[in-house]
Design a protein around this ligand. Sequence first.
Ligand SMILES: [Zn+2]
Length: 157
Amino acid sequence: MRRPASLSDLLAWYRSEVDAAIPLRIHSRDIDMGGAPQWHGAFRQYLTAHPAQVDRDDELVSPLRFWLWRLGGERARYLHALAFLDFDWIMAAGFKGVADADAAHDYTRECLRQLHHQMYADDGTPNEPRRPEKGRCAEQGCPNKTVKLRCQEHENA
Ligand SMILES: [Zn+2]
């Protein structure tokens, strides 16, 4: 897979990543006792899980959130907003205070390019998720610090 370079190619790629990551059915049909629609379990998990949380098979629960977390800060917040605004980059950049269309175009493309570099190597193979620096082990409740997803104690658990 070639790296997408144009904004439209990058947007198409990002849309496919988001579609794969976020369940389309946001609310379950069940109404809870108070009458509020309950979040679909998978979407709740997407929003509330720690970005580096892994399941029993040591797979990330939310790979896209992990990579956005790795990207960090302002750019990650922008790309989240972009997804929730249905990939309308003019609007997303406008909310950020970037009113100039050329600047919005360039900023959006740069954020998406950086996300793609986080997620894929030059030959198109997915990168291994590694923590950028020492952080807490992703095992729930474990206080150990690790540069990997899980500490040595939990690595092969
Ligand atoms: Zn641990």
